[in-house]
Design a protein around this ligand. Structure first.
Ligand code: F6P
Length: 378
């Protein structure tokens, strides 16, 4: 679409570090190389559903030097605005997809670049199909669970934050002879927990993909003590279930819920089972904010440039992805609805076990291997 001049860009779903690097790259490439106009949509799909429309024309003067380094998204985002089932103040849901489609037309956009995770990619893809809108996707999520890409924007920054937390917890754990439990994000995928646990020297790493037993954890913690160390570090992904398979969630008025609380559940159990005090740190949204890592800036930049090049080449309905040390693109339809979780048989689990980490019983991880909507990958 080299002759088409007006593209929109939006960020959708939970924010993370590195989004601004991608926005910056899109604007640079679109303006410098192709002479196009770029419109930043406010607050994800909401900006196109509201009237008046909420958007900002993005030009190179906006990027004065600091935006590449900034966490969050300069455009704003939402993880609650599914236009097909938009939440109304009275608690009902309304289909507002036509408002979105009309918004794209009103703004005169020739194409849309969507930066989002799996859920956003699926919804935006349906919306664009419905409205005949050309779309290219850029994957982002600290959870790193988007299929067909080794990295999504935000993941390595989140892992770095978790590693730094372990670096800070270790000396205080040693000073007080304690077992420190760190609960990290990641929804149903254990990538953040596994990567940070290995890099941060954890003794136990629990991830949703691999079942564990309290006996197994206690055995490991006793082993650590018998080997002469007076403290231990445990990393648990928020999506890990209790030993008897219950999800641990926080639910708000209105019924919305999020993972949270498994760290405290574990601490309560271990307190009676091991001869050491336990303490819990829930890292939460700290993992999403702050300065993006070098890798998130790098892939954000590569993704942004490639997304614009795809539009210029008339290649749409594709998602940019990171594979084999470089940027590629894949059909969005191959990505949506497939969940990329940790491979229980993969090299990182082997690495964890090899450095003595208790990761649970990987032989028992059958359920993940058999689910057709789940693809394993590290
Ligand atoms: O998907 C990204 C993520 O940060 C998850 O790791 C976490 O479970 C969830 O979003 C938190 O969502 P919210 O920002 O709505 O609390």
């Amino acid at each position: 679409m080299a002759d088409k001049k007006r593209i929109g860009i939006l960020t959708s779903g939970g924010d993370c570090a590195g989004l601004n690097a991608a926005i910056r790259a899109v604007v640079h490439r679109a303006i410098r190389t192709y002479g196009w106009e770029v419109y930043g949509i406010r607050d994800g799909s909401l900006g196109l559903m509201r009237r008046p429309l909420e958007f900002e024309k993005l030009d190179l003067r906006l990027f004065t030097g600091n935006i590449l380094r900034m966490g969050g998204t300069i455009l704003g985002t939402t993880n609650k605005g599914d236009p097909f089932a938009f939440p109304m103040p009275d608690g009902t849901r309304k289909d507002m997809s036509q408002d979105f489609v009309d918004g794209v037309k009103e703004l005169g956009l020739d194409a849309l670049i969507v930066i989002g995770g799996d859920g956003s990619m699926r919804i935006l893809r349906q919306l664009c199909q419905r409205g005949g809108i050309q779309m290219v996707g850029i994957p982002k999520t600290i959870d790193n669970d988007v299929h067909l890409t080794e990295y999504s924007i935000g993941f390595t920054t989140a892992v770095n934050v978790a590693v730094e937390a372990l670096d800070r917890l270790q000396p205080t754990a040693a000073s007080h002879h304690r077992v420190m439990i760190l609960e990290v994000m990641g929804r149903d995928a254990g990538h953040i927990a596994l990567n940070s646990g290995i890099a941060g020297g954890a003794d136990v790493v629990l991830i949703p993909e691999i079942p564990y037993t309290l006996d197994g954890i206690v055995k490991k913690l006793n082993e650590v003590r018998d080997e002469g160390r007076n403290h231990a570090l445990v990393v648990v992904a928020e999506g890990v279930k209790t030993e008897d398979g219950q999800k641990v969630t926080l639910t708000w008025k209105g019924g919305e819920s999020r993972y949270g609380g498994i760290g405290h559940w574990l601490s309560d159990r271990l307190a009676t089972l091991v001869q050491a005090e336990t303490r819990v740190t829930v890292l939460g949204h700290v993992q999403r904010g702050g300065m993006p890592s070098m890798r998130d800036r790098l892939i954000g930049s590569a993704f942004g440039v490639h997304a614009v090049d795809l539009l210029a080449a008339g290649k749409v309905d594709r998602m940019v992805a990171w594979q084999n040390r470089g940027v590629v693109d894949v059909p969005i339809d191959d990505v949506v609805g497939v969940y990329r979780c940790v491979d229980p048989d993969g090299p990182l689990v082997t690495t964890a076990e090899g450095v003595g980490i208790y990761v649970g019983d990987r032989q028992a991880a059958q359920s993940h291997r058999q689910r057709p909507d789940v693809k394993v990958g590290e």
